[in-house]
Design a binder for this molecule. Sequence first.
Ligand code: ADP
Ligand code: ADP
Length: 226
Amino acid sequence: LPVVSLRGVTKRYGNGTLAVRGLDLDIAAGGFVSLLGPSGCGKSTVLRMVAGLSPVTAGTIDWPRATHDARGTPRPKLGFVFQEPTLMPWQTAIDNVALPLRLEGVAKAERHRRARKMLALVGLSDFAESYPRELSGGMKMRVSIARALVTEPEMLLLDEPFAALDEITRFRLNNDLLRLWEARRFTAVFVTHSVFESVYLSERVIVMAAGPGRLHSDLSIEAPVQ
Ligand code: ADP
Ligand code: ADP
Protein backbone atom coordinates (compact mmCIF):
# COMPACT_ATOMS: atom_id res chain seq x y z
CA LEU A 1 0.00 0.00 0.00
CA PRO A 2 1.20 3.53 -0.68
CA VAL A 3 1.76 5.75 2.33
CA VAL A 4 -0.30 8.51 0.74
CA SER A 5 -2.64 8.46 -2.22
CA LEU A 6 -3.92 11.56 -4.05
CA ARG A 7 -6.89 11.24 -6.38
CA GLY A 8 -8.16 14.04 -8.56
CA VAL A 9 -6.70 16.61 -6.19
CA THR A 10 -7.57 20.14 -7.20
CA LYS A 11 -6.82 23.39 -5.41
CA ARG A 12 -8.40 26.72 -6.12
CA TYR A 13 -7.37 29.52 -3.75
CA GLY A 14 -9.86 32.03 -2.40
CA ASN A 15 -8.72 34.64 -4.92
CA GLY A 16 -9.67 32.33 -7.80
CA THR A 17 -6.17 31.05 -8.66
CA LEU A 18 -6.28 27.44 -9.84
CA ALA A 19 -3.03 26.04 -8.41
CA VAL A 20 -3.45 22.28 -8.88
CA ARG A 21 -5.76 20.47 -11.27
CA GLY A 22 -6.84 16.84 -11.00
CA LEU A 23 -3.60 15.42 -9.60
CA ASP A 24 -3.35 11.62 -9.15
CA LEU A 25 -0.32 10.42 -7.22
CA ASP A 26 0.70 7.50 -5.00
CA ILE A 27 3.80 7.69 -2.83
CA ALA A 28 5.40 4.49 -1.54
CA ALA A 29 6.52 4.15 2.07
CA GLY A 30 10.20 4.67 2.70
CA GLY A 31 10.97 6.16 -0.68
CA PHE A 32 12.69 9.39 -1.61
CA VAL A 33 10.53 11.26 -4.08
CA SER A 34 11.11 14.66 -5.65
CA LEU A 35 8.43 16.93 -6.95
CA LEU A 36 10.10 18.91 -9.74
CA GLY A 37 8.65 21.72 -11.78
CA PRO A 38 8.88 25.41 -12.67
CA SER A 39 7.99 28.10 -10.12
CA GLY A 40 4.26 28.54 -9.72
CA CYS A 41 3.31 25.06 -11.00
CA GLY A 42 1.76 24.15 -7.65
CA LYS A 43 4.49 22.12 -5.91
CA SER A 44 4.22 23.90 -2.56
CA THR A 45 0.46 23.73 -2.73
CA VAL A 46 0.63 19.95 -3.17
CA LEU A 47 3.00 19.64 -0.22
CA ARG A 48 0.85 21.85 2.01
CA MET A 49 -2.25 19.84 1.13
CA VAL A 50 -0.43 16.59 1.91
CA ALA A 51 0.68 18.10 5.23
CA GLY A 52 -2.89 19.08 6.02
CA LEU A 53 -1.92 22.77 6.13
CA SER A 54 -4.20 23.68 3.24
CA PRO A 55 -7.55 22.02 2.42
CA VAL A 56 -8.20 20.46 -1.00
CA THR A 57 -10.90 22.05 -3.15
CA ALA A 58 -11.78 18.74 -4.79
CA GLY A 59 -10.46 15.19 -4.78
CA THR A 60 -9.11 13.11 -1.93
CA ILE A 61 -5.87 12.55 -0.02
CA ASP A 62 -5.84 9.15 1.69
CA TRP A 63 -3.34 7.53 4.01
CA PRO A 64 -4.08 3.85 3.46
CA ARG A 65 -1.55 2.57 5.99
CA ALA A 66 -2.18 5.00 8.81
CA THR A 67 -4.21 4.18 11.89
CA HIS A 68 -6.58 6.80 13.19
CA ASP A 69 -5.24 9.05 15.91
CA ALA A 70 -7.29 10.56 18.72
CA ARG A 71 -8.74 13.28 16.49
CA GLY A 72 -9.69 10.76 13.83
CA THR A 73 -7.20 12.13 11.29
CA PRO A 74 -5.66 9.15 9.50
CA ARG A 75 -2.35 10.90 8.91
CA PRO A 76 0.99 9.59 10.14
CA LYS A 77 3.46 11.77 11.99
CA LEU A 78 4.99 14.31 9.60
CA GLY A 79 8.05 16.53 9.66
CA PHE A 80 8.18 19.72 7.62
CA VAL A 81 11.23 21.69 6.45
CA PHE A 82 10.67 25.08 4.80
CA GLN A 83 13.12 27.21 2.84
CA GLU A 84 13.20 29.69 5.70
CA PRO A 85 14.56 27.89 8.77
CA THR A 86 11.94 29.62 11.06
CA LEU A 87 13.96 28.93 14.21
CA MET A 88 13.01 30.60 17.48
CA PRO A 89 15.64 33.38 17.73
CA TRP A 90 15.60 33.51 21.54
CA GLN A 91 16.21 29.78 21.92
CA THR A 92 19.47 27.86 21.57
CA ALA A 93 19.97 25.28 18.81
CA ILE A 94 19.24 22.42 21.18
CA ASP A 95 16.08 24.05 22.54
CA ASN A 96 14.90 24.69 18.98
CA VAL A 97 15.42 21.03 18.11
CA ALA A 98 13.69 19.90 21.33
CA LEU A 99 10.63 22.12 20.79
CA PRO A 100 8.43 19.54 18.95
CA LEU A 101 9.13 17.08 21.78
CA ARG A 102 7.95 19.69 24.30
CA LEU A 103 4.72 19.95 22.31
CA GLU A 104 4.42 16.17 22.52
CA GLY A 105 4.84 16.34 26.30
CA VAL A 106 8.16 14.49 26.43
CA ALA A 107 9.97 14.99 29.75
CA LYS A 108 12.87 17.44 29.84
CA ALA A 109 15.77 15.01 30.29
CA GLU A 110 14.48 12.81 27.47
CA ARG A 111 13.93 15.86 25.22
CA HIS A 112 17.49 16.93 25.70
CA ARG A 113 18.86 13.46 25.15
CA ARG A 114 17.00 13.10 21.84
CA ALA A 115 17.71 16.66 20.67
CA ARG A 116 21.41 16.21 21.41
CA LYS A 117 21.46 12.99 19.41
CA MET A 118 19.78 14.70 16.43
CA LEU A 119 22.24 17.61 16.61
CA ALA A 120 25.09 15.10 16.51
CA LEU A 121 23.55 13.44 13.45
CA VAL A 122 23.57 16.77 11.59
CA GLY A 123 27.12 17.54 12.75
CA LEU A 124 26.28 20.35 15.16
CA SER A 125 27.21 18.89 18.54
CA ASP A 126 29.52 21.81 19.23
CA PHE A 127 26.78 24.37 18.55
CA ALA A 128 24.05 23.06 20.87
CA GLU A 129 24.15 26.20 23.03
CA SER A 130 24.44 28.65 20.11
CA TYR A 131 21.60 30.94 19.16
CA PRO A 132 20.33 31.02 15.56
CA ARG A 133 21.97 34.43 14.92
CA GLU A 134 25.34 32.83 15.70
CA LEU A 135 24.92 30.15 13.05
CA SER A 136 25.52 30.21 9.28
CA GLY A 137 22.67 29.65 6.83
CA GLY A 138 23.69 26.05 6.32
CA MET A 139 23.91 25.42 10.03
CA LYS A 140 20.47 26.91 10.63
CA MET A 141 19.08 24.62 7.93
CA ARG A 142 20.68 21.65 9.68
CA VAL A 143 19.01 22.69 12.93
CA SER A 144 15.67 22.82 11.08
CA ILE A 145 16.20 19.35 9.67
CA ALA A 146 17.13 18.05 13.12
CA ARG A 147 13.99 19.67 14.54
CA ALA A 148 11.82 18.10 11.82
CA LEU A 149 13.24 14.63 12.48
CA VAL A 150 13.47 14.66 16.28
CA THR A 151 9.94 13.26 16.70
CA GLU A 152 10.85 10.39 14.31
CA PRO A 153 8.16 11.20 11.73
CA GLU A 154 7.17 8.62 9.13
CA MET A 155 7.28 11.24 6.42
CA LEU A 156 9.50 14.28 5.90
CA LEU A 157 8.16 17.00 3.61
CA LEU A 158 10.77 19.46 2.33
CA ASP A 159 9.74 22.59 0.45
CA GLU A 160 12.71 24.03 -1.52
CA PRO A 161 14.76 23.71 1.67
CA PHE A 162 18.16 24.63 0.23
CA ALA A 163 17.16 27.17 -2.42
CA ALA A 164 18.56 30.14 -0.49
CA LEU A 165 21.95 28.55 0.21
CA ASP A 166 25.18 28.80 -1.75
CA GLU A 167 25.99 25.89 -4.04
CA ILE A 168 28.66 24.25 -1.90
CA THR A 169 26.55 24.35 1.27
CA ARG A 170 23.65 23.07 -0.74
CA PHE A 171 25.64 20.13 -2.03
CA ARG A 172 26.82 19.26 1.49
CA LEU A 173 23.29 19.41 2.80
CA ASN A 174 22.07 17.16 -0.01
CA ASN A 175 24.60 14.58 1.13
CA ASP A 176 23.68 15.03 4.79
CA LEU A 177 20.02 14.57 3.96
CA LEU A 178 20.74 11.38 1.99
CA ARG A 179 22.75 10.04 4.91
CA LEU A 180 19.90 10.73 7.33
CA TRP A 181 17.41 9.13 4.99
CA GLU A 182 19.57 6.03 4.59
CA ALA A 183 19.87 5.77 8.37
CA ARG A 184 16.22 6.33 9.21
CA ARG A 185 14.18 5.48 6.10
CA PHE A 186 11.41 7.98 6.55
CA THR A 187 9.40 8.69 3.41
CA ALA A 188 10.91 11.86 1.92
CA VAL A 189 8.99 14.19 -0.37
CA PHE A 190 11.30 16.89 -1.67
CA VAL A 191 10.01 19.89 -3.60
CA THR A 192 12.55 21.56 -5.88
CA HIS A 193 12.96 23.34 -9.17
CA SER A 194 16.48 21.98 -9.50
CA VAL A 195 16.83 19.13 -11.99
CA PHE A 196 20.22 18.27 -10.53
CA GLU A 197 18.96 18.12 -6.96
CA SER A 198 15.94 16.00 -7.81
CA VAL A 199 17.94 13.44 -9.78
CA TYR A 200 20.80 13.39 -7.28
CA LEU A 201 18.57 12.79 -4.27
CA SER A 202 15.63 10.76 -5.41
CA GLU A 203 14.60 7.33 -6.46
CA ARG A 204 11.68 8.88 -8.24
CA VAL A 205 11.19 12.28 -9.83
CA ILE A 206 7.65 13.48 -10.36
CA VAL A 207 7.68 16.25 -12.92
CA MET A 208 4.85 18.76 -12.83
CA ALA A 209 3.82 20.73 -15.89
CA ALA A 210 3.70 24.52 -15.76
CA GLY A 211 0.64 25.51 -13.74
CA PRO A 212 -2.05 24.87 -12.87
CA GLY A 213 -0.24 21.80 -11.57
CA ARG A 214 -0.75 18.53 -13.37
CA LEU A 215 1.53 15.59 -13.86
CA HIS A 216 3.98 15.99 -16.72
CA SER A 217 6.01 12.82 -16.26
CA ASP A 218 6.97 10.35 -13.57
CA LEU A 219 10.52 9.01 -13.66
CA SER A 220 11.79 6.14 -11.60
CA ILE A 221 15.49 6.04 -11.04
CA GLU A 222 17.06 2.82 -9.84
CA ALA A 223 18.72 4.01 -6.68
CA PRO A 224 19.91 7.26 -5.18
CA VAL A 225 23.61 8.03 -5.34
CA GLN A 226 25.26 6.38 -2.32
P1 ADP B 1 5.34 26.33 -6.67
O1 ADP B 1 5.58 25.78 -5.30
O2 ADP B 1 5.43 25.30 -7.74
O3 ADP B 1 6.17 27.53 -6.98
P2 ADP B 1 2.82 27.22 -5.56
O4 ADP B 1 2.11 26.03 -5.08
O5 ADP B 1 3.51 28.08 -4.57
O6 ADP B 1 3.80 26.81 -6.73
O7 ADP B 1 1.79 28.16 -6.33
C1 ADP B 1 0.93 27.69 -7.36
C2 ADP B 1 0.02 28.82 -7.81
O8 ADP B 1 -0.85 29.18 -6.73
C3 ADP B 1 0.77 30.09 -8.19
O9 ADP B 1 0.06 30.71 -9.24
C4 ADP B 1 0.69 30.92 -6.92
O10 ADP B 1 0.74 32.28 -7.22
C5 ADP B 1 -0.67 30.54 -6.36
N1 ADP B 1 -0.74 30.61 -4.90
C6 ADP B 1 0.10 29.99 -4.02
N2 ADP B 1 -0.29 30.25 -2.75
C7 ADP B 1 -1.39 31.04 -2.84
C8 ADP B 1 -2.26 31.64 -1.88
N3 ADP B 1 -2.08 31.46 -0.57
N4 ADP B 1 -3.29 32.38 -2.35
C9 ADP B 1 -3.48 32.54 -3.67
N5 ADP B 1 -2.70 32.01 -4.63
C10 ADP B 1 -1.68 31.26 -4.22
P1 ADP C 1 27.84 26.49 5.73
O1 ADP C 1 26.84 25.42 5.92
O2 ADP C 1 27.30 27.87 5.81
O3 ADP C 1 28.82 26.27 4.60
P2 ADP C 1 29.11 24.92 7.52
O4 ADP C 1 27.99 24.46 8.37
O5 ADP C 1 29.62 24.08 6.43
O6 ADP C 1 28.73 26.33 6.98
O7 ADP C 1 30.26 25.36 8.45
C1 ADP C 1 31.59 25.17 8.12
C2 ADP C 1 32.39 25.26 9.40
O8 ADP C 1 32.57 26.63 9.71
C3 ADP C 1 31.62 24.66 10.56
O9 ADP C 1 32.00 23.34 10.83
C4 ADP C 1 31.94 25.56 11.70
O10 ADP C 1 33.00 25.03 12.46
C5 ADP C 1 32.39 26.86 11.09
N1 ADP C 1 31.39 27.90 11.27
C6 ADP C 1 30.45 28.29 10.39
N2 ADP C 1 29.72 29.29 10.88
C7 ADP C 1 30.20 29.54 12.12
C8 ADP C 1 29.86 30.45 13.14
N3 ADP C 1 28.87 31.33 13.03
N4 ADP C 1 30.57 30.42 14.29
C9 ADP C 1 31.57 29.57 14.43
N5 ADP C 1 31.94 28.68 13.50
C10 ADP C 1 31.26 28.67 12.36
